[in-house]
Design a protein around this ligand. Sequence first.
Ligand SMILES: [Zn+2]
Length: 189
Amino acid sequence: MLFDSHMRALLDASVALVNALTDGEARGRPYAAPEGVERVEAVRAALGAGADLTSGEAAHLARTARALRTVFEAVADDDLDTAAPALNALLRETGARPQLDRAPGEPWQVHFHGSEDSYAVGWSAGCATGLAMALGGDYAGRLGVCAAPRCDRVYVDVSRNAGRHFCSTACQNRVKAAAFRARRTGTDD
Ligand SMILES: [Zn+2]
């Protein structure tokens, strides 16, 4: 299944929201999701939102992010029977629906909207749809949680060979360095 740029944008947004707005661990350190003004800034950074983003919408998107995290975690555990109903609930709740949109000079494209076009509902519906399309297609196994120690940030593996295990090169390098140290210790024994 080929993902067009809109679908890729929705998957990227899902990852960015989960990683910015859910508690846990990030790249070896505890991570506390921001609140208040910092949460609004985090959503702006994650989605490229404008100055009119409200704290209520940021709070709404934080709830969405926590729901999306349960989906990533279930898929990473090969538990699609838990992931699918969680996504279905979010699709229902947001009123996710396709719509043909066209930017000036561009062809018509299917985009995903929510029951209304507020920022929070629109992105929540879009992210839920993007993950549903991935989970119900060839990309089911591509949703992941970082395999590095003390990190639970998520990713979507869009690499050709589907060989991704980490949220970032920072975590990949941490694990490589630890493996190297372990090998050296083994040799010295
Ligand atoms: Zn990581």
